[in-house]
Design a protein around this ligand. Structure first.
Ligand code: 13P
Length: 333
C-alpha cells in the first residue's frame, strides 16, 4: 500500500492540466525577494505573503501541489488555521523543502554541494505527522571553464540519491531537483552537455541507492543558453534541445518532469514549456514547478498591502492558468 500511495501521489502531482507551485523560498531567499520590493522581511510579512498564496481561490484549478518551507508549515492564517491545512483544504497537495542549502564543496574552486542529510530521517518523520505528502531537494551546478566538475556532479548526485531513498522510506514522494544554472554567457550546447552529464549521474545514483522511479518526480532545468549569451537560441531550439536531453537521460518509468523556471522571465518560462509539450507525445508527463515564474508578478502586485491581496491572487491564478495551458501545449502568447 505504501508504494501504491506514493505512486498515486506522484501521478497526481504531474496530472494533465496542472503543475506545481514552488513557494518554498528559504528565509534568506525571501529576504532578497521582499527587499527587492522595498519590504522588510519579518516573520509576519512572510506569513501574510504565504497566506495570500495558499488561500488563492480555486488554486487547484491549475495547481496540483505546493512546495512549502519549514517556517510556513508552522504558521497559521489570520483566522488561526494552520497554513498547511489551508493548502489541503484548497484541494492542493502539500510538500516541503527538506534540504539545508548549497554549501562550498571541498577541493573545488567554489562549487557547491547541497547539505541536509544528517538527521533527515527524523525530520521526515515529523513532516509526515504534519501532513506533508512530498519533499524537495535542490542541487545547484554552474557552467564555466571546467565546470561543473565531475566532483561536484558526483557529490550532488550522491546526496540526491540518499535524500530520495530516505524520503521514499518515509512514504514521501521525492522531487529530485538538480539545477544547472543559467547564469553566465555559455552556449545552448554547453548547457546540453552539462545537463546531460548531470542527469546521467543523478539516475545512476538513484538506481544505486534503491530509489523507485515510479514514485518520484524529476525537477530539472530547461536546457537554455546562459542568460548573457548572444544571440539567444530560438524557442524551437530550446524545446528541441531540452527534449533531446531528457529523452537521452530520464527513464520512462519516471511519471513526471516538472521544470523549475530558474530565472527565466515568467512569459519565457511559459512559452518554452508550451513549445516542449508541443513536441509530444513524450514518455513522461511534462509540467511546471515554478517559483519565480508564478510568484514574481504575484509578489510585485501585492507589495505588502492588504488592499492588493485580491489582485495579487488574481495574478497568481492567471499565471497558473497560462502555465496549465502551456503544460498541455495549448498556450497562445
Ligand atoms: P524557480 O522556478 O524560481 O527557479 O524556483 C523553483 C525552485 O523550486 C527552486 O528550488
Amino acid at each position: 500500500m505504501f508504494g501504491d500511495d506514493m505512486r498515486l501521489t506522484a501521478q497526481q502531482m504531474v496530472a494533465p492540466g496542472k503543475g506545481i507551485l514552488a513557494a518554498d523560498e528559504s528565509t534568506g531567499t525571501m529576504d532578497k525577494r521582499l527587499h527587492a520590493e522595498g519590504l522588510e522581511s519579518t516573520e509576519e510579512v512572510r506569513r501574510q505573503y504565504r497566506e495570500l498564496i495558499v488561500s488563492t481561490p480555486k488554486l487547484d484549478n491549475s495547481i496540483s501541489g505546493v512546495i512549502l518551507f519549514d517556517e510556513t508549515i508552522r504558521q497559521n492564517s489570520s483566522e488561526g488555521t494552520p497554513l498547511r491545512r489551508v493548502v489541503a483544504d484548497n484541494g492542493v497537495t502539500p510538500g516541503i523543502k527538506v534540504d539545508k542549502g548549497a554549501k562550498p564543496l571541498a577541493a573545488t574552486d567554489g562549487e557547491k554541494v547541497t547539505e541536509g542529510l544528517d538527521g533527515l530521517r527524523d525530520r521526515l518523520a515529523e513532516y509526515v505527522d504534519l501532513g506533508m505528502k512530498f519533499t524537495k531537494w535542490r542541487a545547484v551546478l554552474d557552467i564555466g571553464q571546467d565546470r561543473p566538475s565531475d566532483r561536484a556532479v558526483r557529490a550532488n548526485a550522491h546526496a540526491l540519491g540518499r535524500y530520495a531513498a530516505l524520503s521514499q522510506e518515509a512514504g514521501l514522494v521525492p522531487m529530485v531537483e538538480p539545477e544547472v544554472l543559467m547564469d553566465g554567457d555559455h552556449s545552448l550546447q554547453a548547457a546540453e552537455e552539462a545537463t546531460t552529464r548531470t542527469l546521467r549521474a543523478v539516475f545512476e545514483e538513484l538506481a544505486a541507492q534503491g530509489v523507485e522511479l515510479e514514485s518520484m518526480v524529476l525537477k530539472p532545468n530547461m536546457v537554455v543558453a546562459g542568460k548573457d549569451h548572444q544571440p539567444q537560441p530560438s524557442i524551437d531550439e530550446v524545446a528541441e534541445t531540452t527534449v533531446r536531453t531528457l529523452r537521452r537521460t530520464v527513464p520512462s518509468a519516471v511519471p513526471g518532469i516538472a521544470f523549475l523556471s530558474g530565472g527565466q522571465s515568467d512569459e519565457m518560462a511559459t512559452t518554452n514549456l508550451n513549445a516542449i509539450n508541443q513536441l509530444g507525445p513524450l514518455p513522461w508527463q511534462v509540467t511546471f514547478s515554478f517559483g519565480r515564474g508564478l510568484l514574481a508578478p504575484t509578489l510585485h502586485e501585492w507589495s505588502g498591502k492588504s488592499e492588493n491581496v485580491e489582485r495579487a491572487q488574481e495574478t497568481l491564478a492567471r499565471r497558473g492558468k497560462l502555465n496549465a495551458a502551456a503544460r498541455d501545449g495549448r498556450y497562445n502568447a
